[in-house]
Design a protein around this ligand. Sequence first.
Ligand SMILES: NC(=O)C1=CN([C@@H]2O[C@H](COP(=O)(O)OP(=O)(O)OC[C@H]3O[C@@H](n4cnc5c(N)ncnc54)[C@H](O)[C@@H]3O)[C@@H](O)[C@H]2O)[C@@H](O)CC1
Ligand SMILES: Nc1ncnc2c1ncn2[C@@H]1O[C@H](COP(=O)(O)OP(=O)(O)O)[C@@H](O)[C@H]1O
Length: 278
Amino acid sequence: MTTIELNEENLPRLAPRPCDCHKGQLGHAVIVAGGAGMGGAGLLAAQACLRLGAGLVSLLTHPDHVAASLARQPEVMVHGVTTAAGLQPLLPQATVLLLGPGLGQTGQAADMLEAAAGSPVVQVWDADALNLLALQPERFIAAGPRILTPHPGEAARLLGWSAGEVQAQREQAALQLARQYQSVVVLKGHGSLIADPGGQLLVCRHGHPVMAGPGFGDVLGGVITAFVAQGMSSVDAACLAVWLHARAGERLAAQGRGVIASDLLTPMRALLEAWSPV
Ligand SMILES: NC(=O)C1=CN([C@@H]2O[C@H](COP(=O)(O)OP(=O)(O)OC[C@H]3O[C@@H](n4cnc5c(N)ncnc54)[C@H](O)[C@@H]3O)[C@@H](O)[C@H]2O)[C@@H](O)CC1
Ligand SMILES: Nc1ncnc2c1ncn2[C@@H]1O[C@H](COP(=O)(O)OP(=O)(O)O)[C@@H](O)[C@H]1O
């Protein structure tokens, strides 16, 4: 097994925007996230997606979260949705989907996930989408290409292993997940790994323990989605997002404990602009 270390020699770049660029060329990310009590997860993902350059971002979330989300981020189009039927009219607008942050694992969440899985666009599966997939893999076969972003606990559920077993053999776990689910996989945690079903494996050796807090994964999901929206391949989007996210965490490390996930947005944008000027 050859593991490629992500570094500035092999890191992909976003293409510069043409001067007549308009938002319709930068993708429409539809994010299905934020069940009862977890509105922040979807909002963090939506903000990150918007801040890393997606053309349009729609957040489909529990109705309880609509007003707060709009107040915090009016550029995001926020819809209160709790059923698969409510989701259907919005899905055809998507050029990329992000499914799962804070979604919950209720029957309605599963129905919404099943409806979204039928979309032909690239689908980023995170958090509760992964937990639901682990419970009923045969129900949630995606119509479009899929990127799975498990942390070690979610990876364990998907593989039927323990989290300890995943951590003891992270590279095998990432490759096995990519093969088993025929998806690009980002196995998160210290030394995040990116695997594809063909057996390609990359590792990011950046990042910092200040990132051990709520919502850091939700932000990563939003960033991957933003890069797919802007035309990157799934593997390139995953690599660039993981690297920027980890490097931004390192930049914040001097602030010590209490760095929060939304703090990543400013340094990630600065790093992206240095790496891939607009
Ligand atoms: N503001 C919000 O609304 C937030 C909502 N969240 C949502 O809360 C739900 C539950 O997600 P959680 O991730 O908290 O719970 P989980 O039960 O999925 O994961 C926690 C467990 O996973 C394992 N694990 C995770 N990372 C690990 C690592 N790096 N090394 C070893 N083991 C590791 C550990 O066993 C840990 O106890 C998800 O839907 C998530 O999206 C979270 O994202 C936190 C923020
Ligand atoms: N100690 C650490 N070193 C490097 N990266 C970390 C560390 N702790 C957390 N991270 C990163 O932060 C993110 C946490 O994601 P996740 O566990 O899904 O959080 P949440 O569900 O709260 O959003 C992952 O991208 C992970 O790689």
